[in-house]
Ligand binder design. Sequence first.
Ligand SMILES: Nc1ncnc2c1ncn2[C@@H]1O[C@H](COP(=O)(O)OP(=O)(O)OP(=O)(O)O)[C@@H](O)[C@H]1O
Length: 294
Amino acid sequence: MAYLELKNVSKSYGTGKDKVEVLKNINLSVEEGEFVAIVGFTGSGKTTLINLINGLEFPDEGEVLLQGKPITGPGPDRGVVFQNYSLLPWLTVAQNIKLAIDEVYTSSSKKEKTALIKKYVDMVHLSHAIDKKPAELSGGMRQRVSVARALAMNPKMLLMDEPLSALDALTRGTLQEEIVNIWGEDKKTCLLITNDVDEGVVMADRIIPLKPGPKAELGPNFKVDLPRPRVIAEINKNETYKHLRNEILEYLIAVGASRKSEKTTSYELPDLKPVMPGRVKWGIQRRKEKQQFF
Ligand SMILES: Nc1ncnc2c1ncn2[C@@H]1O[C@H](COP(=O)(O)OP(=O)(O)OP(=O)(O)O)[C@@H](O)[C@H]1O
């Protein structure tokens, strides 16, 4: 049985003429311990997909199953790392992480909780900043706290919604490596949402493109057959890597272009009524009226 399964999932927002059909017929299966990356276009529904798995949203059609059971809401079995860190600004690094620990380790002593905080702060190399508040940290450091907080709940699955997109290339590379190391050591199941093909190739076992919306669907699976650890500086010269990233990029460009051409060629026609023979006269008459008027 797959660890996570989405079966024919469709999701829309709004009703009537304001209805936006975001996802259509999504089928996804993630095995336990697997690292899957969903690569998609801006606004295609990536966050919606993560929210369906996190239990913040529910499908209109289809099912989202975790270990065979429908997801009924958020739970400590799924840790989420958001794009915008979402830390509480008035709390220190340790206190932000403690919130997650309090949630899960309800019967642990104060001493045990302090040890857990230290463990996760060390894991993301932030021991020197443990008593600092978010405003005193750089973007990369804040994102590290966010990763530590998600890990502190000891979730079986880590859901990451473009966690590194706001960071500079260097910090991004370091954090990519750290997340992959943690995934390797802790044997979590990981789902990464990204708009960066290279990030997906460096981190994941499998990449699945999300086609542009509305009614976005998942594309084919691209298996990443590259040995780990994957060091960016070395991998750049690897022929398999170059071939794979180009294949995915070409696929994304092709689906992007075909969606664009669909948009430009499909005109929404006004609600025209057929012209009956008698009404032609009305047209002529009206032109005359106009001439007289101007
Ligand atoms: N709660 C909501 N109510 C109405 N529409 C929504 C809601 N959430 C998302 N949408 C719409 O659904 C579509 C997909 O949004 P979503 O945030 O899932 O995409 P995304 O791929 O994560 O976007 P981005 O790349 O910009 O982060 C967008 O058109 C968005 O405006």
